[in-house]
Design a protein around this ligand. Structure first.
Ligand code: ADP
Ligand code: MG
Length: 249
């Protein structure tokens, strides 16, 4: 089993207050690599947020779910934070919501991506996939969509859990119900995402948390989740797969 951290941390040269008025995302930073990053630190109201964000972004990258990047960042004051490369050309959250709910052609174009993100959200128990947590950005191939914000998922919402259904009235379900009035879920894309998650190996979890600061997540809790990952994750994925195929998710 390799204990090599998968990625080198990003060193941030300066930080600024984030302009989102958000309790979770308080800072914005510029790396020595010259790139802008959205920063999330351990906060009293949600201490497991940075580890949930980091693990989710790495899991998404490993299974090719469209998601903003995630890194461990060293801040100028010596603290460490979760950092996501700030995408440019993004629609403000309100406009993203209106695009998804009024532009049926756009929704059809990104349906495969949204369906894969939904399958991922069920696996990680993300209860907060509201329209503002899809990032819609301009590309040379027109508008496109990716996921951001996994602050209400994974360890924060009690993962790993035996429950498959998300709470009925959580934002993830509310928004799915709205989207499905225009376009049903693409079962093929949702199942394909689960199949890619099934390809992650037994050591994936330990490899991807070995550089997580101990103050973010104490070691005994990690061992419990790592053991669950090795023994039970494929069972959970297989149950989600069956539920997607029989149309009950
Ligand atoms: N990687 C990113 N690139 C560009 N904008 C981002 C990125 N990540 C987040 N944002 C923007 O910042 C807002 C707040 O970030 P988010 O992770 O959703 O934090 P919060 O938990 O406060 O909702 C998002 O709604 C989105 O508009
Ligand atoms: Mg958000």
């Amino acid at each position: 089993m390799t204990q090599q951290p998968p990625l080198i941390p990003v060193d941030i040269q300066r930080t600024e207050p984030a302009p989102f008025g958000s309790a979770d995302c308080t800072h914005y930073g510029i790396g020595f690599d010259g790139l802008p990053y959205i920063l999330k630190k351990v906060e009293k109201h949600n201490p497991l947020m940075p580890v949930a964000e980091l693990v989710c972004s790495r899991m998404a990258a490993s299974s090719q779910i469209a998601c903003a990047t995630g890194h461990l960042a060293n801040l100028p004051n010596g603290e460490q934070a979760f950092a996501s490369r700030a995408e440019s050309g993004v629609l403000p959250p309100k406009m993203a919501a209106s695009r998804l709910t009024t532009d049926a052609a756009f929704l059809l174009k990104v349906l495969g991506t949204i369906s894969a993100i939904y399958a991922f959200d069920v696996f990680i128990r993300n209860i907060d996939r509201h329209f503002g947590n899809y990032l819609i950005r301009q590309t040379f191939a027109g508008a496109d969509l990716m996921a951001v914000d996994h602050s209400r998922s994974l360890l924060v919402t009690g993962w790993p859990s035996k429950k498959i259904d998300l709470p009925h009235d959580c934002k993830t379900n509310l928004c799915q119900r709205i989207l499905r009035k225009t376009q049903p879920l693409s079962q093929v894309d949702a199942v394909a995402a689960i199949d890619r998650l099934l390809q992650l190996d037994d050591d994936w979890f330990s490899r991807n948390i070995c550089d997580v600061p101990v103050v973010w997540w104490p070691a005994p809790q990690r061992q419990i989740v790592d053991r669950w990952w090795r023994r039970h994750r494929t069972k959970r994925l297989a149950r989600i797969r069956r539920r997607l195929i029989n149309g009950s998710l």
